[in-house]
Ligand binder design. Structure first.
Ligand code: XMP
Length: 513
């Protein structure tokens, strides 16, 4: 059975990856290529459909992004979105001009529900607009299928030629019925079957990696988090022992985490790869001694991590490829403009500069977190690793307020373990984005067995969030909280008080530092 594919031609817009994601939600494989890809290449790929994305240019601009006009003669259905719609209109003889009023944001659009792109869509529907130019006149042979009070051609089509266009962005959530429109294009107009699943992603990616890597040597920094784990397993399945994974145990991991990672990826594990665990706990504790300022801790941990990795990479010698577990949200984030540095984790210089390599491989670049998890399950990675909650790179270093010491790491590891254990037992983790224990820098008076104590307070945190940019404090059942508090005070030496953090983000952040 031939593989179905939709090609997204990237004209530089900000939602391009999102279009690909939406197509894949229809279970149709999708690739993003630059708008200047040759027609021969497109023919070779035999796509069932092509989507032109938005873009920042004007079709009349000096370096306006334009594809070859013959693309419209290939007999492959094409959907133009925003700039993609304008370039289609422009190349086919329509008229594109600067709109008298720019439309930006949610806009009511009147549509022709007879048009095949708008099957089952409401006559008036909210769409996301973001444009300064617009199509003033559709090209000959096209009919107008949508309009707004200020945009005469918010949609147009020429079904005989398989050409469709919309001025708004059906791929973003704010276009309420956008998914219906994209589904109409992919399933009804392009006539896709929709049988692409994660196993096909895994298979194609493994084949592509094999082809790219050849006999080359590959290096991967494995953290034990879901992204780097899935990336490592994909590489291991593709090139086996040509891959070396370096796992730096900085002594700031959760209880048992280092051993768990080793049991999955190490010599006793299921994968045929070279695994190096670097135990540098002491080295990190020494570097962190006396340091209390959060950003300084982050910096030290980040820099030391890179140094350790660099030393290991030198031992291995020059490698051809470096694997990064970059996923789609990272791609979007790095594409956004400058914003204030609240915490430096998004600005930390990564690994690439410290290693001698030819090329980076980012096999998960096109996937969202839930898709990475699906791929992980498909690859046979244990569920507890696949569904592991996010864990910051500097680890417990930023969950211990004030100076980090080995003793404090031990306290927070034990408290956190109890917390996670009780949440799991009670099945209270549904809907929680992240939950953990942190060690406050506060000591207070308590009484235990007639003795006065002067010990630390542990803070428990649990938040509901889907994007981690904002978060609500989670309502953990009281019985669970009081059981956790009891167990921590009884079982963890050095703790005599447990507090629950009721702050949302903003104004709080998820981590304490
Ligand atoms: P905040 O604390 O900024 O956390 O609300 C948002 C998400 O980012 C994670 N986080 C980090 N991840 N390095 C990381 O890799 C860091 O320094 C860091 N600080 C916060 C945090 O766990 C949450 O998921």
């Amino acid at each position: 059975m031939e593989k179905e594919m939709v090609v997204v031609l990237d004209f530089g817009g900000q939602y391009n990856q999102l279009i690909a994601r939406r197509v894949r939600e229809c279970n149709v494989y999708c690739e993003v290529h630059p708008y200047y890809i040759s027609l021969d290449k497109i023919r070779q790929m035999q796509p069932k459909g092509i989507i032109f994305t938005g873009g920042p240019n004007s079709v009349y601009g000096e370096n306006a992004a334009a594809c070859e006009k013959e693309i419209f003669e290939l007999g492959i259905p094409i959907l133009g979105i925003c700039y993609g719609a304008q370039i289609m209109a422009h190349l086919l003889g329509g008229k594109v001009t600067t709109a008298p009023v720019s439309e930006y944001g949610k806009t009511e659009v009147e549509i022709n529900t007879q048009a095949s792109l708008f099957r089952d869509v409401s006559e008036t529907t909210i769409c996301w607009m973001s444009h300064t130019d617009y199509i003033a006149e559709a090209p000959e042979g096209f009919q107008v299928t949508a309009h707004t009070p200020v945009c005469p051609v918010a949609g147009m089509d020429c079904p005989e030629k398989g050409l469709y266009a919309v001025q708004f962005h059906p791929e973003v959530m704010h276009t309420v019925e956008g998914m219906k429109m994209l589904r109409n294009f992919v399933m009804n107009i392009c006539d896709c079957r929709g049988d692409w699943k994660m196993d096909s992603f895994v298979e194609t990616t493994i084949n592509a990696i094999r082809e790219k890597v050849g006999n080359g040597k590959v290096l991967c920094a494995l953290s034990g988090g879901v992204d780097s784990s899935v990336a490592a397993v994909l590489l291991a399945k593709a090139v086996g022992k040509q891959l070396t994974c370096v796992f730096v145990d900085h002594g700031l991991l959760r209880k048992n985490e280092g051993d768990e990672v080793e049991s999955v990826f190490g010599p006793e594990g299921a994968y045929d790869l070279n695994f190096i665990r670097v135990n540098v706990q002491e080295r990190f504790y020494q570097r962190l001694a006396g340091v209390t300022e959060p950003e300084q801790k982050r910096k030290i941990i980040g820099e030391e991590f890179i140094r350790v990795f660099e030393e290991e990479a030198k031992k291995i010698g020059a490698v051809d490829f470096l694997v990064q577990g970059t996923i789609y949200p990272d791609v979007i984030e790095s594409g956004l403009g400058k914003s204030a540095t609240i915490k430096s984790h998004h600005n930390v210089g990564g690994l690439p500069d410290c290693v001698d390599f030819k090329e980076i491989i980012e096999p998960l670049r096109m996937l969202f977190k839930d898709e990475v998890r699906k791929a992980g399950l498909e690859l046979g990675i244990p569920e507890y690793l696949v569904y592991r909650q996010p864990f910051p790179g500097p680890g417990l270093g930023i969950r211990i307020i004030g100076e980090v010491t080995e003793e404090k790491v031990h306290i927070v590891q034990e408290a956190d373990y109890i917390y996670r254990e009780e949440i799991a037992k009670a099945g209270a983790d549904k809907g929680l984005g992240q939950y953990f224990a942190a060690l406050t820098n506060m000591r207070s008076v308590g009484v235990m067995g007639d003795e006065r104590t002067y010990d630390y307070a542990v803070a428990l945190r649990a938040v509901c969030t889907s994007d981690f940019m904002t978060a609500d404090c989670a309502e953990i059942p009281w019985e669970v909280l009081s059981k956790v508090a009891n167990r921590i005070v009884n079982e963890v030496k050095g703790v005599n008080r447990v507090l629950y953090d009721c702050t949302s983000k903003p104004p709080g952040t998820i981590e304490f530092e």
